[in-house]
Each structure stands twice: as C-alpha cells, then as structure tokens.
Write a protein that binds this ligand. Structure first.
Ligand code: GLY
Length: 329
C-alpha cells in the first residue's frame, strides 16, 4: 500500500462535510472514479473528528478527535483480502490472540461470514447486525458506502454483563425487527453490547455504492475497500488499559490536568469523568485549532466552541475555573 499523509481536519473540496470524519474522506473522488489515485492500494493514519459522540465523551473509549489507521483498495482487492489483511495485522503484527477477536457482519452478508470462517474465526464469534451497526457511509451528504464488517476485541467474560447471546438468536431478532419495524428487545451480551466487555477496534467497509444527496444508490465503478482502526483503542488494548486515557497518547495530558486541578485520577468516578472530558476536548481543540479552525457561532467553528465550552463546564467541577477560561465560554 502507498502511504499517504493525513489530510487536514478541514475537508478539502467537500462542501457536504464540516470536518474530516474518516480516513476515506480524502479518497472520496478516487472511490467515485472522478480522479485517478496514485496507487490502487493506499494506507494512512488520518486525523478524524466526529460529533455524534460528543455527549458521551468522558467514558472509556469514545473520542471526538482520533487517529484512524486505514488501508484502502480503490477497485483492487475486496472482501477476502481485506479480512485476511486485518486478521494478519492484528494477530501477527500486533500480537493479539485470535480467540479474543469477534467479527460482525451485515445482516445479509453470507459471503463475509464464509470468509471470516475461512480465515479462522468460528461461527459462534460472528454476529450479524443491521443498517445501524453494519452499513457504513456515506461520509457527508453523498459519497461511497456499503456493508461493513467490524472486528471487536473481547476484554473477557469478567468485564461482561452476563452470558453471551447465540449469534443465530440475535440474527432472528434483528431480522424480525427489520421486517416489522418494531424495535427488538435484546437480552444477553454481544459484541455491540453497552457493557465494557467488547471494544470495537476495526471497521472493514466493503464499498459498493455511491449514494447521492437524494439517497439513491448506484454501483461504484468497482467494489472497493475502506477500513478504519482507531489508534487510541488499539493502544488501550495493546497496553492492557481499561480506557484510552491511561495509554501513552493521553496519560501525560491527564497528569497535567491533575497537576492544574490538584485532583488525582482513579479514585472516584465523577472526578475521573471530568478529567477525561477536559483532557479529550483540550487535545481535540488543539488539533482543530492547529488545522485552522477558530471558535465561532456556526459550522466547524461552533463545533470547536462547543467542545471548549463542555471542557470548561467539566473543568469548573475540578476547580479549573480560571478567568482566562471563563472568557472563552
Ligand atoms: N470509514 C470507515 C470507518 O470510519 O469506520
């Protein structure tokens, strides 16, 4: 794969996107066939920013700004190689035990199921999910999209909320939900469960369609691959930490916030939560400002202002309410 530098958090030439949300954003014209890529195989570590999770940032794994590691096939390899490459990278290069890896696939993607089994992930660790979890894209109002397959890391049954659901039982529930439109009641643990057992590590998107602003989908010039692996979550798993904040990436900033506030991390939930919010938003704001975003009342400036304000709100709970911070609010 040809290594490509991260693009700015401010997307170039894409008025439908406020901020760069994924590694594939700078490659959108390649997938669509509008521009010729320098290679059919690309890889990058892309600064990315997502707003949907802002209100839950402060938990163990969600970030607004993260670095997304990805490999991309522009009409070159497809599902089989994408799955094989991902497993090879996680088990051989990163040294993760294969029996800790679970795969999720799109509800009807029998081909992906076969390929995961062929790659050595047994049926009982392959779960099907619907549009909400296993359909990706487009990024922005239009762009490439397709069914996806995620790799989740099992932190161990002791971190879970109870016995695992049988994959087939979950599939039956989700198919019924799709057919009837009535939300399924899911009881039992599974890779997308809200408990702390599983961490979603990597998303392999099997790009097949271009979705226009009216939501019409037409086939891409060629089936392609777009993957996204969060550096922060990968670091937490590799360093055996229960949150991204205890990894090398965040810990020095946590220590600084502790020093400024006189608080200690790891003693009570509320203090830890507030420290994590301040730390994450301080880091994310720095990246946004570094790429030229300035706080404002609309668009990306408002996103920046929103996270600064949220950091200040939590900072006050830590006693970090110095006058220069209050002025920014
Ligand atoms: N573009 C793949 C992902 O963001 O998960």
């Amino acid at each position: 794969h040809l290594r490509v530098a991260s693009s700015s958090l401010i997307p170039v030439g894409d008025p439908t996107l406020l901020l760069t949300t994924a590694g594939m954003v700078q490659f959108k014209p390649y997938f669509a066939g509008d521009t010729t890529p320098p290679s059919l195989r690309l890889t990058s570590s892309q600064k990315s920013f997502r707003t949907p999770d802002i209100d839950i940032v402060g938990d163990a794994t969600h970030n607004t700004m993260f670095e997304m590691l990805g490999n991309f096939s522009i009409g070159d390899y497809f599902k089989e190689e994408a799955i094989a490459f991902a497993l090879e990278f996680l088990t051989h290069n990163m040294g993760l035990p294969k029996d800790r890896l679970y795969a999720t696939i799109y509800l009807d993607d029998d081909e992906a199921r076969e390929l995961w089994i062929q790659a050595g992930v047994p049926d009982e660790r392959i779960f099907r999910f619907g549009d909400q979890d296993n359909w990706w894209g487009p990024a922005g109002l239009e762009g490439p999209c397709g069914p996806c397959s995620e790799i989740h890391y099992d932190g161990g049954a002791e971190k879970g909320c109870g016995p695992m659901l049988e994959p087939d039982a979950l599939t039956a529930l989700l198919r019924e939900e799709r057919d009837t439109g009535v939300e399924a009641v899911i009881q039992g643990c599974h890779p997308n469960c809200d408990c702390e057992r599983f961490v979603e590590l990597w998303n392999l998107v099997f790009m097949q369609f271009y979705q226009d602003p009216q939501r019409n989908r037409t086939p891409l010039p060629a089936p392609s691959v777009d993957t996204g692996l969060g550096l922060e979550r990968m670091a937490a798993v590799l360093q055996g930490k229960s949150s991204v904040y205890e990894t090398d990436l965040f810990w020095p900033i946590v220590e600084k916030a502790c020093q400024l506030s006189g608080k200690t991390y790891g003693h009570d939930h509320e203090t830890d939560y507030a420290l994590r919010v301040v730390v994450e938003h301080a880091r994310a704001s720095s990246f946004l400002i570094g790429d030229g975003v300035v706080p404002g009342n609309e668009g990306r400036g408002y996103v920046l202002r929103r996270i600064i304000r949220r950091a200040i709100r939590y900072g006050r709970r830590l006693g970090l309410d110095q006058p220069f911070l209050a002025e920014l609010a």
